[in-house]
Design a binder for this molecule. Structure first.
Ligand SMILES: *Cc1c(COP(=O)(O)O)cnc(C)c1O
Length: 384
């Protein structure tokens, strides 16, 4: 089956002849006899915390699309990340984490894992095989995110996987930007692929959900930690995410083609110094992106020419179609001033001017461009 067909067919363990699985709610599962009761112990059939027909349909669909062994859901993308990290470490261990990792992931390493004697070194997201020099004998995992949060560096995942596996460690990757449709994580040697289902999988800004897809070797550890932490999530959210998944392919095509038009227009503007978008041919990660993925979305960042913060705020606060908010991946356009710049340890933040992150939604791109053009007018007037 091709991807578009998979998105339509997978996870349809229908009921009563309906096209979609029901929203199955439940905590207690009743068993007819002791043999069945004991037989279910330790399996996902035992108890409501391990999901229901709704979430299993979503798990199975996501797993097959990305080509993993098993998928587990979590109550948020961040819970998927922290569960995966906790599953792999013990006191004294060492992690290599990408310097442009999602901020709360960094915070978990710095504030929580340090309390248990687990050290993190942040690596340059552009290092490729040179990551080998950073391994210690205590290194148990490499945690990548490609493209990186806010600065969008593409990482050479196959190269990272070769080095990581040669050292007997595991490669985790946050593939939220690529989605399970474009990540091809397991072909690239990733052991654990993480997604914020909150973003494009849900796709409508009304669901919080995390996704952990594992290969067969990593699954038992991740599954055990998932059980030990008691993670549970609502079947309604699983239902909405499965519904979002049906249109993931066409939504991403539209987000990416509108984003390409907006980026093209932004490139021609004197206010814009740099664009950070791997799907744009001038981006430093473009070749890697084309070779490994070739699928994009509507999220990117721009650096403006130097301007006072108040002028940038005048620009963003007056936009009609770009809302201001921290998330992305819904149908609506968003803008986020990156102010102050995030911490970086291994590769300097790539901009000296103001940076804006844009999410191009499903609005008409001409309306979005007109909105940004009016915004640049406010920026210019406020800069003086
Ligand atoms: C939003 C996001 C997350 C966290 O997802 P939540 O569902 O908001 O917890 C993780 N990684 C990336 C790259 C994200 O953008």
């Amino acid at each position: 089956m091709k991807d578009a067909t998979k998105l339509t067919h997978l996870g349809r363990n229908g009921h009563q002849g309906f096209v979609n699985p029901p929203t199955a709610r439940g905590s207690t599962v009743l068993f007819p006899n002791v043999a069945a009761l004991k037989g279910a112990n330790g399996t996902r059939d035992a108890y409501g915390r391990y999901g229901s027909a709704t979430s299993w349909a979503l798990e199975d669909a996501l797993c097959e699309i990305e080509g993993g062994y098993r998928t587990l859901l979590a109550p948020s993308g961040l819970a998927a990340i922290t569960t995966s990290l906790l599953a792999l470490v013990k006191p004294g261990d060492h992690l290599l984490v990408s310097d442009s990792v999602y901020g709360p992931t960094r915070s978990f390493c710095d504030k929580v894992l340090t309390r248990f004697g687990i050290k993190t070194t942040y690596y340059d997201p552009l290092c490729g095989e040179a990551i080998a020099a950073l391994f210690l004998k205590e290194t148990v995992a490499v945690y990548a995110e490609s493209p990186g949060s806010l600065s969008f560096e593409m990482q050479d995942l196959p190269a990272l996987a070769r080095v990581t596996h040669a050292r007997g460690a595991l490669l985790i990757a946050d593939n939220t930007w690529l989605t399970p449709l474009h990540s091809r994580a397991f072909e690239h040697g990733v052991d654990i692929s993480i997604h914020a289902g909150t973003k494009y999988i849900g796709g409508h800004s009304d669901v919080m959900l995390g996704v952990i897809t594992c290969n067969a070797a990593a699954y038992p550890k991740i599954n055990a930690m998932h059980h030990d932490l008691g993670l549970a999530y609502s079947p309604d959210d699983a239902y909405l995410a499965l519904r979002g998944l049906r249109s993931l392919g066409v939504r991403l095509q539209q987000h990416a083609s509108s984003a390409a038009q907006v980026v093209e227009w932004l490139r021609g503007r004197p206010e814009v110094r740099q664009v950070f978008y791997p799907a744009w041919p001038g981006d430093i990660g473009h070749a890697l992106w084309s070779r490994n993925h070739g699928g994009a979305c509507g999220l990117f960042a721009i650096e403006l020419q130097s301007a006072p913060a108040t002028a940038v705020y005048a620009m963003v606060e007056g936009l009609r179609h770009f809302g201001m908010g921290y998330s992305w991946g819904g149908f609506e356009s968003l803008i986020l001033p990156i102010d102050p710049p995030p911490p970086r340890a291994a590769r300097p933040w790539p901009a000296s001017g103001p940076v804006l992150r844009l999410h191009v939604g499903l609005e008409d791109s001409a309306d979005l461009i007109a909105d940004l053009e009016a915004g640049f007018g406010r920026l210019g007037r406020a800069t003086g």
